[in-house]
Ligand binder design. Structure first.
Ligand code: FAD
Length: 481
């Protein structure tokens, strides 16, 4: 009898504990994915659906190379998986665990149905360095603050990643199930009319092979200097692994292992390595927060913020989404996001702060926009980061720390190269004015071909008064007077 492997955001052969365990049974292994648009779990945004298409294509090809194949199904996971289990005659099912509340509820329900039906269900950690319940403080409770969490993780031994199975004993699907399989193209994951994914295609190659190649490049040329370069949006100073990690095309354990091996050979990389691994631990941290605080994507973690006087301002929200706020660093970031499905971390912080504080718009609007437009949109990282910026999350930046978009731009993009790349209408402006076009003398603007308010917008809100308004709104919260 065959065994089943259900892939869910773990689209890789190497270091995939569920796949490795299934292969080790010596039985025929039937691999499948279920696209569940029923709403039982949060549906993916547009950019992530585009990524998923490429990711599944690559996974299918990798499985075929080792003698297996990937079957695609569509429908509510609960009933689809139950049917697959029954009709395949499988004796066991293997999967890697997920950590969101809806996902856990669904997986628990599925596990119960399958085991009631006599199937063995085996689940594994394929997504995190450590599972949420494994890293706790001395009182046995989850950490709320990052630094002690990081310390606890660093003190732990990290197990070595598993090799990819060289061969998987494939099996035949029964005809009744074959008839329900959906060809990848028919899952409609890619946009058609209009096809807005040109910029994404140019910027990215989904899949395990591309993830590993990109990571190898980063290890040999990007890790050195990471601690400094990671804050420079105009250069490729970060690993750009986020969508690959999001879809499980590479595991944090593989990353951890490769980076610690490299630093052992090159001790000069210690500072860069420490910084890089701490970012990987932030990813685990946000997953453990999501696990213990499942409301993180939908309401403020700190109830003080329940009464925050957000304003509804569709015009300024739209200006932010389209990269037309009149603040060059904000606009460059939002246009990088729109064009490539990704935005540099420094600029994510600036654009998010601008929406929440300068525009006094509920962070959930921003979270939803990022969810739809990021290829790395991640239930844990996105929600946690938005609450971090808004000041309402666990271990957040304080609300009163309000980024000045001009000085942030001048500090992190001093020559304006990032602006020039994404806001071409400002490209001819000298660096001295590129983050503050409104201060440029008329002759300079003329020479650069800029008519403020026409070729490039005036600021949607003035910085000083917007800052004051935000602080006042914050002070109005009960208990903070
Ligand atoms: P690197 O600097 O090379 O870091 C390596 C990896 O560490 C990343 O791929 C990521 O998995 C992890 N990481 C880095 N920074 C963080 C962080 N602050 N929190 C958690 N994990 C981190 N990241 C997402 O993966 N998905 C999101 O949906 C997401 N939304 C965000 C929203 C906002 C408002 C902000 C401020 C940040 C968000 N981030 C999100 C975190 C961060 O910006 C991205 O992970 C990072 O920019 C990805 O680029 P990289 O892979 O080159 O990062």
């Amino acid at each position: 009898t065959p065994v089943l492997v259900w892939f869910r955001d773990d689209h890789r052969l190497a270091d995939n504990p569920a796949l490795a365990a299934a292969a080790a049974t010596g039985s025929q292994v039937l691999c499948f994915v279920v696209l569940d648009d029923s709403g039982d779990v949060r549906p993916l945004g547009g950019a992530a659906r585009w990524w998923l298409h490429g990711s599944l294509k690559a996974l299918g090809e990798s499985l075929e190379r080792v003698g297996s194949r990937l079957a695609l199904f569509r429908g509510p996971a609960l009933s689809v998986v139950e049917r697959i289990a029954k009709e395949s005659g499988a004796s066991a099912i293997f999967w890697n665990r997920r950590y969101g509340a809806a996902e856990i509820a669904l997986d628990t329900a599925i596990k119960k149905r399958l085991t009631d039906g006599g199937l063995k269900a085996h689940s594994f950690n394929g997504r995190l360095l450590h599972e949420p319940w494994d890293i706790v403080n001395q009182a046995g409770r989850p950490f709320q603050v990052f630094t002690p969490y990081l310390r606890a993780v660093t003190a732990r031994r990290q197990t070595a990643p598993l090799p990819a199975p060289k061969r998987i004993l494939g099996g035949a699907w029964p005809t009744s199930l074959s008839a329900s399989m959906v060809p990848l193209e028919e899952l409609d994951l890619e946009p058609s009319s209009p096809d807005w994914a040109g910029g994404l295609r140019e910027a990215w190659t989904p899949g395990e092979q591309a993830a590993r190649a990109g990571f190898r490049d980063f290890l040999s040329t990007g890790l050195e200097g990471y601690a400094e370069n990671r804050d420079r949006p105009s250069i490729s100073g970060t690993s750009r692994l986020s969508p690959h990690l999001r879809f499980g095309e590479i595991s944090p354990r593989q990353v951890w292992h490769a980076v610690t091996t490299r630093v052992a050979e090159h001790p000069g990389l210690a500072r860069d390595t420490e910084k890089y691994l701490s970012e990987i631990v932030w990813r685990d941290f946000s997953h453990q927060l999501l696990h213990f605080h499942p409301h993180l994507p939908v309401r403020p973690h700190s109830s003080r913020f329940d009464a925050f006087p957000w304003i509804e301002a569709p015009r300024t929200l739209k200006a932010w989404q389209r990269g037309r706020t009149g603040y060059p660093i904000v606009d460059a970031g939002m246009r990088q996001l729109w064009r490539t499905g990704w935005m540099h971390n420094r600029v994510r912080m600036i654009t998010a702060s601008f929406l929440v504080k300068h525009l006094l718009t509920d962070w959930r609007e921003g979270e939803a926009w990022f969810w739809d437009t990021l290829v790395d949109a991640d239930p844990a990282n996105n929600a946690f980061s938005w609450q971090w910026v808004a000041g309402s999350g666990p271990d957040s930046a304080p609300f009163h720390r309000i980024f000045n978009p001009v000085t942030q731009g001048e500090k992190f993009d001093p020559a304006g190269d990032y602006i020039r790349a994404f806001v071409p209408e400002l490209a001819s402006l000298p660096s001295a004015f590129i983050h503050r076009p409104w201060d440029a003398p008329p002759a300079v603007l003329r020479a650069a071909g800029i008519r403020l308010g026409e070729t490039y917008p005036d600021p949607v809100v003035p910085h000083g008064p917007a800052r004051e308004r935000a602080l006042q709104a914050f002070r109005s919260l009960r208990g903070l007077e």
